[in-house]
Design a protein around this ligand. Structure first.
Ligand code: NDP
Length: 477
């Protein structure tokens, strides 16, 4: 029997969304010189939340010049200890404003409040605290006795973890002594603009952080700008490839965090209920809009029937709906475009002969929604086993031996993450050595910590974010 839950909506009264926003350049919100306005909507209701500005090339240039000035005159001259104070201050303001940031993130992105409140925003604060700790200890980070900042960093982030990806980018950059211009994704600019206010509140010197909103063209103008010393990008492999090409031959240092198609491998000796929770968390966390999502389930054949039956039962209890309801497990798909992509790939899965299953669930009338879905009878050649769907869609495959599990898990152009579920420690270590993935989770999935490096092999990109390693991309040594 399953219980019915009464609605438990979080109040949106705590956020004060302005009707329109300018660009945050040199410490102030400024009017665009050559851009145009665009709207950001709530994906759960299609309601317009605010009008924001698409920065044009003149705006990008202005932001880069502001960042350079701040670098030359202020930020590069401060001691690590003083930079740390600003980072601590930002971390504490994020904590103080955490409820507001969580509501704003859920409104603009569509993710459940439970996730923005309990995962995203606490991790944002943790990243700033963690890198504040490094700012005055860079000579002990393992990158030489006197590591130096690179200068001005141009950073472009996606829409799946808007504020968290901002923290992953900005915290290490500032700790290492760089100044930044960050472009959030077109569909999720609001928490980055709230972060701009936090920079003002923290009295961060003008120009150290600049936030320019816009779409792909703004991102391209930023990464191609000759005044940028470092490019950091998270997003699709396709755009990552274009960026790598555009900066080739320049002196810019680049880190790319791209797509994934992670294997989540369940051995017959795994504790089944825990593994099922791990499968659910692996693919349905954040609607599956996760680059390291466990989107390819590999189950040992001997426990396939049992795992599948329990997985279906657990999926039937997932609640899809209002992101601001504290009971919601799966929120809205971020955009109409992403929904179309998920639908298209799911249809291809059916056309290629895989069997599709979703629990009965009512989807809201307005907004962008997709039910939690699994495909069985999937072969390695199917597109749904090879391409990143970036939605709540799981492809299920089987294996017989550990060697076959490794072979199948590594049979992908990506290499960002993987999961292993087994009772045997030796098997975990053996698997972790064999798997070509930047992160291997054992008996858990989608766990993040600022002290732990994250990044990919192969088409998942290069460079690491998080931990001591995350400083390397922002230091000359
Ligand atoms: P993109 O890679 O297009 O977007 C990521 C960021 O790059 C956004 O800020 C985007 O702006 C910007 N951008 C787009 N084109 C350029 C360019 N030529 N130069 C510089 N910056 C650019 O991802 P999408 O949002 O279009 O999503 C498409 C697919 O990518 C998804 O379906 C998913 O499969 C995958 N994806 C993977 C992510 C990951 O973390 N691995 C994250 C996001 C998407 P704008 O938002 O305005 O387009």
């Amino acid at each position: 029997m399953s219980f019915e839950y009464a609605p438990a909506p979080e109040s949106r009264a705590i956020v004060d969304i302005k009707s329109s926003y300018g660009l945050f350049i040199n410490g102030d919100f400024t009017e665009s010189q050559d851009g145009k306005p665009f709207k950001t909507v709530s994906p759960a209701s299609e309601e317009v939340l605010a009008e924001v500005t698409e920065a044009g090339p003149a705006d990008v240039d202005k932001a880069v010049r502001a960042a350079r000035r701040a670098y030359d005159r202020t930020w590069s001259k401060l001691s690590g200890r003083d930079r740390a104070k600003y980072l601590y201050r930002i971390a504490r303001i994020v904590q103080e404003r955490s409820r507001e940031l969580a509501v704003l993130e859920s409104l603009d992105n569509g993710k459940p409040i439970r996730e923005s409140r309990d995962v995203d925003v606490p991790l944002v604060a943790a990243h700033f605290f963690y890198y504040a700790g490094w700012a005055d200890k860079l000579e002990y980070a393992g990158f030489g006795p006197d590591p130096q900042p690179l200068g001005v960093a141009g950073q472009v982030i996606p829409w799946n973890f808007p504020l968290l990806m901002l923290a992953w980018k900005i915290a290490p950059a500032l700790a290492a002594g760089n100044t930044v211009i960050l472009k959030p994704a077109e569909t999720t600019p609001l928490t980055a603009l709230a972060f701009a206010e936090i920079c003002q509140q923290a009295d961060l010197p003008p120009g150290v952080v600049n936030i320019i909103t816009g779409a792909g063209d703004t991102g391209r103008a930023l990464v191609e700008h000759h005044g940028v010393d470092k490019v950091a990008f998270t997003g699709s492999t396709e755009v990552g490839r274009a960026i790598a090409k555009s900066v080739a031959g320049s002196n810019k240092k680049v880190t790319l965090e791209l797509g994934g198609k992670a294997a989540n491998v369940i051995f017959e000796d795994a504790p089944v209920d825990q593994a099922v929770e791990g499968i659910i968390n692996g693919i349905f966390f954040n609607q599956g809009h996760v680059c390291c999502a466990g989107s390819r389930l590999l189950v040992q054949e001997s426990v396939y029937d049992e795992v599948l039956a329990r997985l279906k039962r657990r999926m039937s209890t997932l609640r899809v709906g209002d992101p601001l309801d504290k009971n919601t497990d799966i929120g809205a798909i971020n955009s109409a475009m992403q929904l179309a992509k998920i639908r298209e790939l799911s249809q291809i899965g059916e056309d290629e002969g895989a069997e599709r299953w979703s629990p009965a669930c009512e989807l809201p009338e307005h907004g962008y929604w997709f039910p939690p879905t699994i495909f069985t009878g999937v072969s390695q050649a199917h597109r749904i086993a090879r391409e990143e769907i970036f939605g709540p869609v799981l492809s299920v495959l089987t294996f017989r031996t550990p060697a076959e599990a490794v072979e199948k898990a590594n049979n992908t152009p990506f290499g960002l993450s993987a999961g292993v579920w087994t009772e045997k420690g030796s098997r975990i270590l053996w698997m972790a050595n064999q798997l070509r993935a930047g992160v291997v989770w054992a008996n858990t999935f989608n766990r993040f910590d600022p002290t732990s490096p994250f990044g990919g092999y192969k088409e998942s990109g290069y460079g690491r974010e998080g931990g001591r390693h995350g400083l390397e991309g922002y230091l000359a040594h």
